[in-house]
Design a protein around this ligand. Structure first.
Ligand code: ZN
Length: 486
């Protein structure tokens, strides 16, 4: 089944083709860790998670890299104002390093609560200054960058395709940013952006500092360069999918493309990133949820409204990622009701199965191919999560499927939904998961065919999962009992 996705670069829904067959590299722009993350951010990271889970479900091997910005992101994305981390440190009276570590922990606590699988690699900008400097040196050597008293800038006029992502030509873009305060008179064009700031003038007392690629003064990297340096370091020169919020299209991602394309030699038709994926905002009263507008809600606010954080996943999935989603507490509450409904039904299905354990046959417990296929079709259609959810409910309501298959199908679909259904059901009911029962059944079979080595291996596997199998005899027949290890 072809996976189709809207590519901001071509402005079309395209059939996804990875650079290397069967493998997908995803680079997701990550958080700037200077303050509490909020659920507006979580819409983006949940969609990254759904994207990753979908590709895995379709059989791809996924490598997911997400950066952590802990230096160089100024108050404005366009090189103006203070460094957000330094500002956060000043506000809290802590060191920049403590601020970064505290809010990184808060970020991951939040994503864990939403059952967002942690990326395979989460590189921090401050750990990759070497890679950043190497890239800046390449750009200086090839005259795509120039040095002023204050900074090293990328010269946007040296890259003819600058503006291709947002669809604006460079002249229009320069008019667009001309009104902004330019603090460096030696900057050549308004669209040029800083690759590196020197610790002079306004930044004289900047705490985080390193030896600069040129000159005597210490300095620190600009924001955009970290994503180019780290994405290529971990995923190679050609990246399959790069994600971000729609606010990254005109500046951050445009700049990433320019510096990556100029720092490397690409053949004709080769791109730094093949598919650019952008998520629309979570809004409050029609405005983007953000720190600067002070209209944001955190995980703690969600919990204090008695809403299960996992229900937010259902809330986000109800709307296309390409449309804004207006957050209301009523909306969150109805997602919470939907979540409770799914868990309740899953518990009923599961307890029915447990009481019929004696008649359990391994030809039961099958996924329903038709519904799984419909579910995949929906996800393959530009991640149509709303339709995928509709398929889940249709399947749960279908009277023609037996309970065992229904439960198995739901648990299978949950690999993408990420509601942690089986774990929640088992925790609430104290029952034993299908997976353990399957292993025990296999072990019984292995004993019957006298493959004792396999039987022992299966027993060991069950034990590592926290259970023990005890052999029994029922009516003269060999049987077994599974108990949870204390
Ligand atoms: Zn980025």
């Amino acid at each position: 089944m072809d996976f189709k996705i809207y590519n901001t670069l071509t402005k079309k829904v395209e059939i996804f083709k990875p650079v290397k067959q069967g493998v997908v590299g995803i680079y997701a722009c990550g958080p700037t860790v200077y303050d509490l993350t909020h659920i507006g951010h979580m819409r983006k990271y949940t969609m990254d998670d759904i994207l990753k889970r979908t590709l895995t479900y379709l059989g791809y091997e996924v490598k997911h890299v997400m950066n952590i910005t802990d230096v160089g992101h100024l108050a404005s994305d366009a090189d103006e104002g203070d460094d957000k981390l330094e500002k956060g440190a000043l506000k809290s009276g802590k060191s920049v390093w403590d601020v970064a570590s505290q809010y990184t922990d808060y970020f991951f606590n939040t994503t864990d609560a939403l059952n967002i699988i942690r990326p395979d690699v989460t590189p921090r900008a401050t750990d990759h200054i070497g890679q950043i400097i190497t890239m800046i040196n390449k750009l200086l050597a090839s005259k795509h960058a120039y040095v002023t008293q204050k900074a090293i800038y990328f010269d946007t006029n040296t890259y003819p395709n600058y503006g291709m992502l947002s669809g604006q030509n460079i002249a229009d873009k320069q008019v667009g940013v001309r009104g902004e305060v330019v603090t460096d008179p030696d900057k050549r064009h308004p669209t040029d952006f800083a690759l590196w700031f020197f610790c002079v003038g306004h930044f004289e007392n900047h705490t985080m500092r390193w030896a600069s690629p040129v000159g005597e003064n210490d300095g620190f990297p600009g924001w955009h360069i970290e994503c180019s340096a780290m994405s290529m370091h971990y995923l190679g020169d050609q990246i399959d999918i790069h994600t971000g919020g729609i606010d990254h299209i005109p500046v951050h991602h445009e700049n990433e493309i320019a510096q990556s394309m100029c720092a490397h030699h690409y053949n004709n038709n080769e791109q730094f990133v093949n598919y650019w994926l952008h998520y629309d905002f979570l809004t409050v009263d029609g405005e983007k949820m953000s720190k600067s507008k002070n209209n944001f809600y955190t995980l703690d606010n969600v919990r204090s409204h008695q809403i299960n954080p996992l229900a937010l996943r259902l809330y986000f999935m109800g709307t296309s990622y390409r449309k804004p989603l207006n957050f209301t507490w009523e909306g969150a509450m109805s997602a919470n009701n939907m979540y409770t409904k799914i868990i309740t039904q899953a518990m009923n299905l599961q307890s029915g199965l447990q009481s019929n354990l004696a008649s359990h046959k391994s030809d039961l417990w099958l996924v329903d191919e038709k519904y799984v296929n419909d579910f995949k079709q929906a996800l393959c259609d530009d991640l149509n999560t709303a339709r995928a959810l509709a398929v889940v409910f249709e399947m749960l309501a279908d009277k023609n499927i037996n309970d065992a298959d229904k439960y198995t199908t739901l648990i299978d679909m949950d690999k993408v939904l990420g509601l942690d259904i089986e774990k929640v059901v088992l925790a609430l009911s104290g029952n034993i998961s299908n997976n353990i029962i399957e292993l025990a059944e296999k072990r019984k079979l292995a004993k019957e065919i006298k493959n004792y080595k396999l039987a022992d291996d299966l027993r060991a596997e069950i034990e590592t999962l926290g259970y023990e199998v005890i052999d029994t005899t029922t009516d003269g027949q060999d049987s077994y009992k599974i108990i949870k290890k204390l």
